[in-house]
Design a protein around this ligand. Structure first.
Ligand SMILES: Cc1cc2nc3c(=O)[nH]c(=O)nc-3n(C[C@H](O)[C@H](O)[C@H](O)COP(=O)(O)O)c2cc1C
Length: 354
């Protein structure tokens, strides 16, 4: 039994958000000590040339990253990189601070290896998060900034919100992810309507003076036709990739006592829908895809890669499996690539596509 497996019942006895904040506090204090950082890196960081890959002009030492929402305010980036993640996504960051929904708003569903959240973009706001990244520096691995809008913003204000966040992080972010697929934010208009997306993309294209890669994050509940429409719009603009997927609104498969809490579902029940979305997108476009949803081991990461993902991300799996997850996935991926006769990760991407 790992240390995390022994500590998990204690952590899981706490409300999910309290446990999350406690875990992050431990990570923040670990990253403030040089000795601890070296010890963590030594134990958890696993690198192998077969796993190296370049996407949107950025070098990734490992294709396994941390998904948006884990480190919304950029507080534990260094620790995540020490734990062996090959990249991390800060945010969603909104232009100004906002509290999100009332608590409780995050639930663990251990019977389903899932979580439900309705946080709704609780963020310290762009200035505070950007100042933190400036003060603490960004880790050696690529850092994405996930950009979102204020919950009170209408269709037009939302565009200004995205522009502000992009502008504020133009130096610190290695790439950006535009989040138009959060199922928990109030929606008075269709965030993914073609007209709105065109206006957003064209504004961000003009604003992106440092020419940082810009990706868009989609949900798992879209039909093939709507994904095809999205790809058509994405390809009209200088969009560099697609993150698939955000949480799902589908609660049908859930069995845990918390199954009726409203909010987006992440973790195991999302895995196949997310992988199918990756595969559909990979059939529709040559753009790089970041696969996310229900990955909690090397096999799950490998399924996303074979479905067409160049990079994968984890969130819920990290909560259930603990700090050794990146190491396990990285090691396991090398074994799976070798088993199937691939010389590199690159060769396996999309191997399951017709
Ligand atoms: C508590 C929580 C908060 C999240 N917050 C965000 C967010 O702020 N922005 C975003 O784009 N995705 C957010 N997500 C979605 C994750 O980035 C990811 O797309 C989703 O959880 C599926 O991955 P998983 O099954 O590995 O958790 C959040 C997920 C969880 C569980």
């Amino acid at each position: 039994m790992t240390l995390y497996e022994s500590a998990r019942p204690l952590l899981f006895a706490l409300p999910a958000e309290t446990a999350h904040n406690l875990g992050k506090r431990a990570m923040a204090s670990a990253q403030s000590s040089g000795t601890l950082r070296r010890a963590i890196r030594y134990n958890y960081r696993y690198r192998h040339p077969m796993l190296e890959i370049e996407r949107f002009g950025l070098p990734f030492e490992s294709p396994v990253g941390v998904a948006a929402g884990f480190d919304k305010n950029g507080e534990v980036m260094h620790c995540l990189s020490d734990l062996g993640f090959g990249f991390a996504e800060v945010g969603t960051v909104t232009p100004y601070p906002q509290p999100g929904n009332e608590r409780p708003r995050l639930f663990r569903l251990p019977d389903d290896e899932a979580m439900i959240n309705r946080l709704a973009f609780n963020s310290q706001g762009a200035d505070r998060v950007a100042n933190r990244l400036e003060t603490h520096g960004t880790p050696q691995v690529p850092v994405a900034v996930n950009i979102g809008k204020m919950n009170s913003s209408d269709e037009h204000e939302a565009i200004e919100d995205y522009r502000r966040v992009l502008d504020r992080f133009s130096e610190q972010a290695d790439y950006f992810v535009l989040n138009v697929s959060c199922p928990n934010t109030p929606e008075d208009y269709d965030e993914q309507s073609p007209d709105h997306l065109r206006e957003v993309f064209s504004t961000l294209e003009d604003e992106n003076e440092n020419d940082k890669p810009l990706l868009v994050k989609v949900g798992p509940d879209s039909t093939r036709d709507s994904l095809a429409d999205l790809v058509e719009i994405v390809e009209e603009f200088a969009i560099d990739g697609i993150v698939a997927t955000n949480t799902t609104t589908d609660h049908d498969e859930l069995t845990d006592t918390h199954r009726n809490e409203w909010g987006g579902v992440s973790g195991e029940p999302l895995e196949s829908a997310a992988t199918e979305t990756v595969a559909t997108l990979a059939e529709l476009t040559e753009l790089p895809i970041v696969g996310v949803g229900g990955v909690d081991d090397a096999e799950g990461a490998y399924r996303k890669i074979r479905a067409g993902a160049s990079l994968v991300q984890v969130y819920t799996g990290f909560v259930y499996r603990g700090p050794s997850l990146a190491r396990e996935i990285n090691r396991g991926l090398v074994e799976l690539l070798r088993r199937d006769g691939f010389d590199s990760l690159e060769e396996a991407i999309g191997a399951d596509l017709e």
